[in-house]
Design a protein around this ligand. Structure first.
Ligand SMILES: Cc1ncc(COP(=O)(O)O)c(C=O)c1O
Length: 420
């Protein structure tokens, strides 16, 4: 059968999921440390989420956004009560891409400015506009470049785009936003998009000072801050429901999707009331916030709270981070381990001194992990970063099992790819 390109040379056909595990059509079981693409936040087939979906299918499956539904209202209330303060209006959609499209519409109406700033190596979706605000070159190959988008350097400390070192750099990448604003095309800048931690870009994790400096610059210029929490929302980073809260700033707009529906398609845009009021016009999205997805999302958020999954993400995430970091002692292929909570990147290099990227090694490790019974992701500007973004319910024992498999995969790859 011909099918779209998948991660593996021999495509994997999955038939069942249960917690942190998935089974394929040959009866093999895998620890799922990529959770779809960072989606199954409370794990596969959670009984409470399943029950909510079944119940809603029997009641009402679709209305469009022309009407309100109880699940949509309940979900909006639940999210707004826990959102960064002041973000009290909600727009529903189906995907992260749609959420980032809506964010641009809101920002333009509010500021009356046409231009946007984004970061190098950013990923914000697959529509023409969201590819245009994505800095990651691998996804910019169809000529979607927009004259309304300017890029600022990302906070990629391991490979600083400005050639500096943290902390003596004094966060020059954040301060560089000022010059990008000053040299932006005519008409002014509406907003800056930033993923709290860049996911597809390779789990690029800004230092603690970064967003406070950026936000202060934006405020001085009357520019909105759109925090793309598509991957970092819903507790993935441990500590808070919204990852951006960890950096001590309140965005003007938050976009999110992925984990929210635990596998059912749903996205959300949260905005300050005056920002959404400036838009005014009806928010039409045929499937956006449909009742089945909204029930799934509400049940998912309740499970996160009831089962203390944010705390678990912090505790097990720290443990996993330490174990992966200690793997670096015996694997020179590991250039850096970075991330927060259960969003961890392991960047592979051929040589630690030159930091020459090792994408072939990453490819082999991905395959070898699968053969060993572990699914992980891959990303980064050089496609050389392993992405580890499991459900938030994983145990320490499962984390240890994943590290054991990654260790085996790196041992095989080392002989072939590490030059030192
Ligand atoms: C940070 C970020 N924003 C937006 C998107 C687009 O989301 P979707 O694939 O649901 O359209 C993604 C998808 O990976 C993402 O990682």
């Amino acid at each position: 059968m011909k099918c779209q390109r998948t991660y593996y040379s021999e495509p994997l056909t999955l038939v069942r999921g249960d917690g942190a595990y998935v089974d394929d059509d040959r009866g093999r079981r895998y620890l799922d440390f990529f959770a779809g693409i960072a989606v199954l936040i409370v794990g596969h087939g959670h009984p409470k989420v399943r029950a909510a979906v079944h119940d809603q299918v029997d009641r009402l499956c679709h209305t469009s956004t022309l009407y309100l539904t109880e699940p949509m209202l309940d979900l909006a209330d639940y999210i707004v009560e826990r959102a960064p303060s002041g973000l009290d209006t909600v727009f529903f959609g189906n995907s992260g891409t749609e959420a980032n499209e809506v964010a641009a519409v809101l920002a333009r109406h509010f500021t009356k400015a046409p231009n946007f700033i984004s970061l190098s190596d950013a990923y914000h979706g697959r529509s023409v506009w969201t590819v245009g605000v994505s800095g990651l070159s691998a996804w910019r190959n169809f000529g979607e470049e927009s004259s309304h988008v300017a890029f600022a350097p990302n906070a990629y400390c391991y490979r600083c785009p400005l050639g500096l070192k943290y902390p003596s750099c004094e966060i020059a990448c954040a301060k560089a936003v000022e010059r990008v604003i000053e040299t932006a095309p005519a008409g002014g800048v509406a907003a800056l998009y930033a993923e709290t931690i860049q996911g597809v870009g390779g789990i690029v994790t800004p230092p603690p000072e970064y967003y406070r400096i950026v936000k202060e610059i934006l405020e001085r210029h009357g520019i909105l801050f759109i925090a793309d929490e598509v991957q970092t929302g819903w507790g993935r980073l441990g500590h808070n429901l919204f990852g951006i809260t960890d950096w001590g700033v309140t965005p003007d707009i938050v976009t999110s999707a992925k984990g929210l529906g635990n596998g059912m398609p749903i996205s959300v845009v949260l905005a300050r009331r005056e920002v959404s009021d400036a838009y005014g016009g009806p928010h039409i999205n045929t499937f956006g916030g449909n009742p089945v997805s909204a029930r799934s999302a509400l049940a998912t958020l309740e499970v996160i709270e009831e089962e203390n999954l944010i705390e678990n993400a912090a505790t097990v995430g720290d443990h996993l981070f330490r174990e992966l970091t200690s793997l670096a002692d015996k694997h020179p292929l590991i250039g850096e381990v970075r991330g927060r909570g259960l969003m961890i990147g392991v960047e592979l290099v051929r040589d630690r001194a030159t930091k020459a990227p090792a994408p072939e090694a990453a490819e082999q490790v991905l395959q070898a992990c699968k053969d060993g019974g572990l699914l992980v992701g891959r990303g980064g500007a050089y496609a050389n970063t392993l992405r580890i973004q499991p459900p938030l319910c994983i145990t320490k024992a499962q984390a240890d099992e994943a590290v054991r498999i990654i260790n085996g995969a790196l041992t095989v790859a080392r002989a072939k790819y590490a030059t030192v």
